[in-house]
Design a binder for this molecule. Structure first.
Ligand code: ZN
Length: 102
């Protein structure tokens, strides 16, 4: 998939006989909750921040008044978390960050 996203692959067009380069990206993945969390790099329901779509905590999970729209995770926040994870040097720092962000 990475090769398709970056370089593409060269194939022969069966109609024209010419070489063409194909590229592609994943636009949509349908999955159940555990698999979706794994793909998204989220620890899922076992995490302190158990939802990959919002910032609800374990303690708030039964709170019927928690507003998932107001507290939804923004793409920029998720990107910042991912970038920050790459900069962490120790396993304990990574575990701490994972605990705090889900
Ligand atoms: Zn949520």
């Amino acid at each position: 998939m990475r090769i398709l996203e970056t370089e593409g692959i060269t194939v022969i067009d069966c109609v024209t006989g010419l070489e063409v380069t194909l590229g592609g990206q994943i636009a949509f993945i349908k999955s159940d909750m555990p698999q979706g969390c794994e793909i998204a790099g989220h620890v899922g329901p076992k995490g302190n921040k158990l939802c990959r779509s919002c910032t609800i905590s374990k303690q708030q999970a039964s709170d019927q008044t928690f507003d998932v729209f107001v507290n939804q995770r923004q793409q920029a926040q998720n990107n910042a978390i991912r970038v920050g994870m790459h900069e962490l040097k120790t396993l304990s720092a990574i575990k701490k960050q994972t605990t705090n962000t889900g």
